[in-house]
Design a protein. Sequence first.
Lengths: 152, 152
Amino acid sequence: MSSDPKGGGAVSAHMTPDKQASHFKRAREARESEIIEDYVELIADLIDEHGEARAVDIGKRLGVTGATVNKMIARLKMMDLVNAEPYRSIFLTDEGRKMAEASRARHHIVVALLRAVGVDEATAWADAEGMEHCCSPETLAAFAEFVKKQGS
Amino acid sequence: MSSDPKGGGAVSAHMTPDKQASHFKRAREARESEIIEDYVELIADLIDEHGEARAVDIGKRLGVTGATVNKMIARLKMMDLVNAEPYRSIFLTDEGRKMAEASRARHHIVVALLRAVGVDEATAWADAEGMEHCCSPETLAAFAEFVKKQGS
DNA sequence: CCAAAAGTTTAGCCTTGGCTAAAAATACTA
DNA sequence: TAGTATTTTTAGCCAAGGCTAAACTTTTGG
C-alpha cells in the first residue's frame, strides 16, 4: 500500500482472486438485468399515470428511440414480462408486475436511505436510478432498518 | 398511485419526461465507464500488490478470459489510460493513475457508508463494487460527511 | 371520409464486452 | 539448450442495446 496517499489501500487486499471475480461477475449480471428492470418499472409507472404504456412515451422517458423500445419490448415479451400485440399499447404480465413492484420498492428504500444520510431530494432520485440495481437484499434490509430507526 | 400497495408511488411522479430521460442517460453512461474504471482500479491494485499487472491476473480477478483482457487493454491504451507493449506487463499512465485513485477513493467512501448504516463487512465490499459507479459527487460528499459525523 | 400527423414496426448498421480456438512469444526446467 | 508450460495475441464468433431510415398502421382533424 505504498502509493496510496488517501489511506484506503487496494481493494483487493481484502480477498482472494476468485472471491473478487465473483463480485465482478455479480456486478456484470446486475448490469444486464438493470435495463430490463428499468423498462418494466417504467411501464408500470406509465400504466399507473396514464392507464397505458405506449412505446413513444417509454422512449421519451428513457431517452431512447422508438425503434429501440420496440426491440426491447420484443425481448420482454419473450421473457414473459409483458403482453403486447402489434400497434397496441403494452401491459405487464403478473411476473412483470411483480418485478416492477420489487424494483419500485428497492428504488424507494434507496431514496429514503440517501435522504436519511443527507443527500438532497433531487440528487437522491437521480442517483437511486443506478444504485437500486447494485444493492444486495442484505444491504437493502440494512437500509430499511436504518431508515426506520432514524425516523423514530 | 391507485395500484401501489407498498405505498411508494410511481418513480416518475417526481419529474418531467426529459428530466427522467437524463437520469437514465446518466445511468447508461455510468455503465459504460464502469468497466473501464474496474480495469484501471484493478491494474492499480495489482501493481501495488505485485509490482506489475499481468493480463492473466487481471483476467483471474475480473473473472474474464485473457483474450477479453487483451482487447480491453487495447482500448485503455487508445484512451491513454495505460502503457503496454506486446508481451510485457501493463502500466498506468498519469491519467490512468488519477482515475484509479479517484475510483479507489469512491470505493472506500461507499464501503464506509455501508458499514456505518449497518451493512456487514463482506456485503459492503461486494455491493460497493457496483454502487461506487452510480454515485454523484454530491452523494459521495454526503456519504463522507455522514461517515465523519458518525465516527466522532 | 380522407389526408396529414403521429405512432409502430422492420431492416440494417454500429460498438461493447464477452467467448473459444489456435498461433506466437516468453518463461521455466530438466 | 531443448522442450514443455505458461502467457499473450490474433481471429472470428455472439448477444445486447443503441442508432437511422423507410415502410406501414392508427389516429385525428378538417
